[in-house]
Design a protein around this ligand. Sequence first.
Ligand SMILES: Nc1nc2c(ncn2[C@@H]2O[C@H](COP(=O)(O)OP(=O)(O)O)[C@@H](O)[C@H]2O)c(=O)[nH]1
Ligand SMILES: [Mg+2]
Ligand SMILES: [Zn+2]
Length: 332
Amino acid sequence: MDNASTSSPSPADDAAPDNALLEGVVTRSTGSWYDIQVGDESIPSRVRGKFRLEQEEADQTNPVAVGDRVTIRLNEEDGTGMIVDIHERETKLSRRAAGRRAGQEHVIVANVDFAWAVQSVHMPRLNAGFIDRFLISADMFDVPAGIILNKVDLLNDDPEVEDIAAMYTELGYPVLRTSATEGIGIEALREQLEDKISVVAGPSGTGKSSLLNAIEPGLDVETGEVSQKTEKGKHTTTFAELHPISGGGFIVDTPGIREFGILELHPADLAHFFVEFVPYLDDCKFQDCTHDHEPGCAVKRAVDDGDIHPRRYESYLNVLYSLQEGEEGLGR
Ligand SMILES: Nc1nc2c(ncn2[C@@H]2O[C@H](COP(=O)(O)OP(=O)(O)O)[C@@H](O)[C@H]2O)c(=O)[nH]1
Ligand SMILES: [Mg+2]
Ligand SMILES: [Zn+2]
């Protein structure tokens, strides 16, 4: 770490002003070096000291995040770059930092165009609660979301899976059925990823790495059973990485997105993130209705009338209770 660059700009910042300016996307960060994708090339780059100062003023832990679109000045001599401009972010996924930087915002990925919740239909069992938390997070960051149901090769007519798939389709979320090992639905997924920065997130073992490899065989991402411990260690020590897709676009596998943001959600606002609840929210008897135990609740009436799926209502209550207990996103 070069703390010196926070106090004075390094001489390299303004050296060789005639060198080429290039635009690219940050695909990887180690904290002091960044890989910038420019066309088919990846250029290791550093960041001007002034961005470190700005980042401290903005109360953020990282001046540059993967997904950021940047301008670099190329040093023709050694092939490295200096990030001289960071373009305005359209979206970002972030979380509050812990430890030394407690409370500061840590941007995980910038400029995410779409977020996919990955679930396997079997082994591990489909978990609709995960999907609902994921959809809340994505909505909080204004990122459109969809659902990938992987391992469909292991499925033979499971009515529960069909019911869940139909439920999200009806709510307006794209639902893709894939098999990474049998090559089912991979072309449809590839089309969805084209020219976008897409996030995939899901529990360990659902096949995220296998899907990445099916989409882009050259990636050669490690797959297989990963122990709980290793997975946790990875999560805290490495940064998210953008994998370029040959058809254009990037895909990023972020382990922790499930709880992004939910931590900061007020229980009273939760119902707004269940898209099908919204039309009923003004009709509850009590203005501060939590749609749990209150009489005259329009949401509960809609559940009884079959207009809201009981599965989603149950999921709502689960998140509500964890928010009320202040435990959402902590230690999970
Ligand atoms: N039957 C079947 N197995 C799969 C599929 N996708 C992945 N797997 C297997 O599931 C296990 C976990 O896959 P992996 O890609 O490492 O999951 P990740 O933890 O989400 O990255 C591996 O043994 C894969 O071979 C699939 O579509 N069908
Ligand atoms: Mg994996
Ligand atoms: Zn209510």
